[in-house]
Design a protein around this ligand. Sequence first.
Ligand SMILES: [Ca+2]
Ligand SMILES: [Ca+2]
Ligand SMILES: [Ca+2]
Length: 445
Amino acid sequence: MKHAGFVVRALLASVVTVAPVAVVESLAGVSHAAGGVYYVAPNGSDSAAGTQSAPWASVAHAESVAGAGDTVYLRGGTYRFTHANKACASQTDRVDAVTLNKSGTSGSPIRYWAYPGEKPVFDFSPMTDDCRIKGFDVTGSYIYLRGLEVKGVPQNNNLNHESWGIWISGSSNTFELINTHNNSGPGLFIQDGGGNLVLNSDSHDNYDARSSSGAGTNADGFGAHISANHPGNVFRGCRSWWNSDDGFDLINAFSPVTIENSWAWRNGYVPETTTGAGDGNGFKAGGYGGGYVSNGVKHTVRLSVAFNNRAAGFYANHHTVANDFFNNTSYANHPDYNMLGVSPSGAAIALGNLRNNVAYGGTLLSNETGANDANNSWNTGVTMSDSQFQSVSTSGWDAARRADGTLPALPYLRLAANSTLINRGVNVGLPYQGSAPDLGAFEAA
Ligand SMILES: [Ca+2]
Ligand SMILES: [Ca+2]
Ligand SMILES: [Ca+2]
């Protein structure tokens, strides 16, 4: 194809009219409406036309042209960054490699999508800026990133806490099929905003070796730390592994967050080693710095798996209200579930609503007495053993995703055909097979 943008627009418009489903449609449910189509490539030029045959070079230039409903296709190859888009004002300043501050509209996001079948790699490791760095700083709303690899955001001095792979403060954005790794800080960090969807994305091997708070203490795979009145942030189908701090972290989140169908393993270590680093929880579901706050909110973690994390698989982290933990599987964590909460008087109490969860291996439970728990593997009288599962292998979980971007179908920690965990759960409003929900993250067919 060598169409000018308007020709492609016309083509898409006609296709939409004739056969709406024939046009690319994402898992996030946003169909590819008629809009401008532009191209960016590593060997492009910002003075070119932005067409497929004459692509631009930078996302920044594409953003200056693209508007609501438009699609910017990022061709495969490596986009290498050596400096931010402004100078550091001080050694503790924050700068961006890529700033996305132009918003789409509801139903008509601005899309920055990998060209089908190709992998655009944003390599920030050559950056030399002497302050904190955000690889992508998404301050706008209704922006849709899909299929990008984001890696190597550095810390170039030891005066700060973490840098960040992708930082988000806007709302109603979608991040799909993102692979963010080897950053000196969290892979994807929602600082504020509501209604953001992080879908079928991976974050791994992030490690903030030069943080002033201690090496490795801040690099979570994914996090949301939003202010009040920003509900609707969701992590779905995501994997987080070998990050030096936590897999998923919701500390200081003052609006409810949902994490579902997601996996976390081997967090809390220097990546690819068994050397301990940061906190090491698979799912850290809240907390407000250890003390009580009166405006804490309930988060939901469900249908998710944690294993081999250095600390807890699922952790309440001194949360102030009982979170919902439904149909999770926790294996060989320390402990598998820790429901440490805090009362209005500041006392340590057990807080959590737990149903249909599995704990196996590791040290099982902490701060469970007094939590609202029922129909979990530890209070249904079942005998836990390896034979409850098809496999308890802890390798291979980073296998390639299915063609539609969803998590790979693996036998690991799925219930054996004769498992006594089948149909031992209670209806919590999630789909199930047979007479009742099963225990754990994977419902037997
Ligand atoms: Ca930490
Ligand atoms: Ca953390
Ligand atoms: Ca069932």
